[in-house]
Design a protein around this ligand. Structure first.
Ligand code: SF4
Ligand code: SF4
Length: 379
């Protein structure tokens, strides 16, 4: 049986239009009542990466969050909204991006992910995970990702958004565990989203982020909302919507290679307007790292500085040291000349680029990738 993914056009965040589009979006899936029963504890998990204003397209737009809260409340659910941002206290981040005001205006509860609970997992590769208590306590999880590029994974959407269930610096540990292997990290993301599956994902792709995402890219109008009870299937549709393919997105590549349901467009029942009709005029992928030449891992490791992209400190660095404190393998130092990166230790996780509050870390493509792109061999 095909997995349903619903799509609706939505040009802006005008409140009445957001509500109407959400109602239309959920109608073919049975409406909000198909996911929420009266009295259930419903956790909304937006993308709360950093304290940036909504127009920067770093976080899920507060109007989408507000209207989803209202729909859940109308279905009888008791709503809390939470996440664990990359940097900063969740409440401060939520205030800056407008989500806290949306929560307070509706009488819902803001639930910062602070308490972390170890969970044993019987199946899969990762047998010990630790997630926010709020995730375990919820009867229903509704995932509210923002469609964005991602330097390490290529794309962040439904699957990657559930990484926020891991509290604070514990994310850094998982990056370190994956090391320089993006496929291993992608597998962890997939297993996390499978172990703590959202009952429903609603993606904010009204304005997405292209280029240097997920923290420092450019907002790009896409003009759509997507919804599905199946997170991976929703990502498959979203990736197709913006013209990416599974070779450019690690979670998608690993999902396809491991035969996961919903990783191919042919397995999806698209509900709503034609995907092609909603496709944005332009969408710049992340200038990211591994070009998948099919080289064996030891060769790739040896050629890493040539083959792969790497973070570079650009103008605008105020030497706050946030990147240095969050670099998983401690490859960054701050001295009187500014931030220095030891590229032999750097695992290309791009946490620094993701978290820099000043957008002062850019991605420089490896020389081979630039040559490949020049001769039209770019993936
Ligand atoms: S690169 Fe960004 S995070 Fe790092 S020290 Fe400079 S401003 Fe701070
Ligand atoms: S320098 Fe940046 S990309 Fe490299 S390991 Fe540190 S955080 Fe990751």
């Amino acid at each position: 049986m095909k997995l349903p993914v619903s799509l609706q056009p939505l040009a802006d965040y005008q409140p009445e239009r957001v509500r109407a589009a959400l109602v239309e979006l959920l109608a073919p899936l049975g409406g909000m009542a198909a996911f929420v029963r009266p009295g259930q504890k419903v956790l909304l998990k937006p993308n709360l990466l950093a304290g940036k204003p909504p127009e920067k397209a770093v976080t899920t737009h507060p109007e989408v969050v507000r209207q989803v809260i209202l729909l859940v409340q109308e279905a009888g659910g008791v709503v809390s909204v939470g996440d664990s941002p990359g940097i900063g206290h969740p409440e401060a981040v939520a205030r800056k991006c407008g989500i806290l005001a949306a929560v307070e205006a509706t009488g819902a509860r803001f639930a910062p992910f602070i308490d972390s609970v170890p969970v044993k997992v019987q199946e899969g590769t990762f047998h010990h995970l630790e997630v926010a208590r709020e995730v375990l306590d919820a009867d229903v999880i509704i995932n509210l990702p923002k469609l964005k590029t991602h330097q390490m994974m290529g794309f962040t959407g439904a699957v990657k958004n559930m990484f926020g269930a891991v509290v604070g610096m514990r994310k850094v540990r998982l990056h370190l565990q994956a090391g320089a292997d993006p496929a291993f990290f992608a597998l962890m993301l997939l297993e996390l989203a499978e172990r703590f599956p959202p009952a429903l994902t609603i993606m904010d792709a009204v304005v997405g982020m292209e280029g240097n995402g997920p923290g420092s890219g450019d907002p790009v109008p896409i003009g759509a909302l997507l919804a599905s009870p199946h997170a991976l299937a929703l990502d498959t549709a979203a990736i197709a919507l913006v013209g990416l393919n599974e070779r450019q997105v690690w979670t998608q590549r690993v999902a396809t290679e491991s035969g996961r349901a919903g990783s191919r467009l042919a397995e999806i029942d698209l509900l709503g307007p034609e995907l092609a009709g909603l496709r944005p005029k332009r969408f710049r992928p992340a200038p990211n790292s591994d070009i998948g030449f099919g080289l064996p891992a030891p060769v790739k490791r040896a050629l890493r500085n040539t083959v792969t992209a790497r973070p570079e400190i650009a103008a605008g660095c105020v030497r706050c040291g946030d990147c240095v404190r969050h670099c998983p393998p401690h490859a960054m130092t701050l001295d009187r000349h500014g931030v220095q990166i030891d590229y032999h230790r750097c695992i290309r996780c791009f946490c620094c680029q993701e978290l820099c509050p000043h957008g002062a870390i850019l991605t420089r493509q490896g020389a081979l990738l630039r040559i490949a792109a020049f001769f039209g061999g770019k993936r």
